[in-house]
Design a protein around this ligand. Structure first.
Ligand code: IPD
Ligand code: CA
Length: 331
């Protein structure tokens, strides 16, 4: 993919800086966990609801990352989850300018419960497209990273997707035989036909036996929720998850994960089914939409290209999921 205005050397330098920063920030997360394990206290505050929480660690790690980026690349823009949360606007603030979009701690609920699926997530975006991504989950010592022209990697030694000689096509009868990743999210309003009810109906459709639910039963192999959107995407880039469907998260929850998934050969489009899912064009990623559907990297079969098998999977998911609605001015 040509990346305007950046040479490969410049991208490589930004990439190396981001990897180093991700490791240092992840080590900070882990130090605080160690302190808690040895008896330290963990306090958190509620933001929009009792499931939308922030710890001192989120704040401290964001300050650390922001100052490192601003001193190395003062010409780049910066957007971080906690900085954004303190501002007034809920608009999509990313512009055409090169922008760092970071989540100091994705999976904050996991972190407060010491459920290991938490990480730091650092994305670098050019013209609204995440191109460099670094995700470091320190409890498992898993570092996911990607840069244009350099591929996507786990711990800088295993290229993604993990199975690649050859990369398997999507199953002929997808979503059957797929692992479907999804999240309950933070919108817990118990409104009939609201987002939470629609998500659950969609989950039921994907899970139920074939032929059930007016033909919508997809009988996926399994459903998984890691509690971290960016790790869901990293696992999709690995090929461990086949499909990720989610509404309600924000650009910092997905920027690094999308960069890694795209570089690995995955597809990202909108979670919301168009009126005619069988024929509508597959829309390109809209970063600020808060609605995402991702499909893992796929290779060709005798009858389809990898991309064709991904698009077929997108349409099969769209046939089974409900339309979600997350307000955002200007998106
Ligand atoms: C959340 C996680 C979760 C997703 C939420 C996000 P946080 O981020 O990524 O998986 O469902 O929408 O807000 O609060 O842990 O940084
Ligand atoms: Ca997050």
């Amino acid at each position: 993919m040509p990346v305007s205005n950046f040479t490969q050397d410049e991208l490589d330098e930004i990439y190396a800086f981001a990897v180093d920063l991700g490791r240092k920030a992840g080590d900070m997360l882990m130090e605080r966990v160690e302190q808690r394990i040895s008896g330290g206290e963990q306090k958190f505050e509620e933001k929009d609801s009792s499931v939308d929480i922030v710890t001192q660690t989120d704040e401290d790690v964001e300050v650390f990352i922001r100052s490192a980026i601003q001193s190395k690349y003062p010409e780049h823009k910066f957007l971080g989850e906690e900085t954004y949360a303190k501002g007034q606007s809920r608009d999509y603030l990313i512009t055409e300018q090169p922008t760092w979009c970071i989540d100091p701690l994705d999976g904050t609920v996991n972190y407060t419960h010491i459920f290991p699926m938490f990480c730091v997530s650092i994305g670098f975006i050019v013209q609204h497209r995440p191109i460099i991504g670094v995700i470091y989950a320190p409890f498992q010592d898993q570092l996911f990273s990607a840069c244009p022209g350099r591929g996507a990697w786990l711990n800088e030694k295993r290229q993604l997707p993990l199975i690649r000689n050859p990369i398997p096509p999507m199953p002929a009868n997808a979503p059957s035989q797929c692992i479907f990743s999804c999240e309950w999210g933070k919108d817990r309003r118990d409104i009939p036909d609201g987002n939470m009810h629609r998500k659950i109906e969609s989950f039921m459709n994907m899970a139920a036996e074939l032929g059930s639910r007016d033909g919508k039963g997809g009988m996926v192999h399994g459903m998984r929720s890691l509690g971290s959107a960016t790790l869901d995407l990293a696992y999709t880039a690995m090929g461990s998850f086949d499909i990720w469907w989610e509404g309600g998260c924000w650009e910092w929850d997905v920027a690094a994960g999308i960069a890694i998934l795209l570089e690995a050969g995955g597809l990202v489009t909108t979670a919301n089914p168009p009126e005619n899912p069988d024929t509508a064009p597959i829309q390109d990623l809209s970063l600020g939409s808060r609605l995402y559907l991702a499909v893992r990297p796929a290779g060709p079969s005798e009858t389809e290209t990898g991309r064709e098998s991904q698009e077929r999977t997108v349409r099969e998911v769209w046939r089974r999921v409900r339309h979600l609605s997350y307000n955002r001015p200007g998106a």
